[in-house]
Design a protein around this ligand. Sequence first.
Ligand code: NI
Length: 150
Amino acid sequence: MAIRNVVQVGDETLRKVSFPVEAFDEKLHVLLDDMKETLRKEEGAGLAAPQVGVLRRAVVVDVEEGFFEFVNPRIVSQKGEQTGWEGCLSVRGKRGVVSRPMKVKIAYQDRYGNPQTLQAKGFFARAICHELDHLDGVLYIDKAEVVERD
Ligand code: NI
């Protein structure tokens, strides 16, 4: 595994729509392993492939519920609303108040291409929504009511 460089806001990579993952191969597994190691080093809650310069629809999330890898994730249903603070490893030194669904259900594939579903609520749901936005070139600062120095 290797630590990858996290792309910072201003880099147009973060504004692009990522492509679906089609090959569930060693290259994907190395990417996911590197994303996990990078996320742990940065002590973040989530990381999306475009944040390490790879325009593929893959994210990792590390929260109380555990560590998760989501390939080609999409939200299939959502419920409720929560408003709270979040930050982003690509927007260093800032945090903002963002409204997100309280609960989400997602469909995705695991690293071997097997279809899966998962339900999340609270901060876990927030982290998923934040990371999925990255796959469409959206940053939390686009949605935040308030952004301030951390
Ligand atoms: Ni982020």
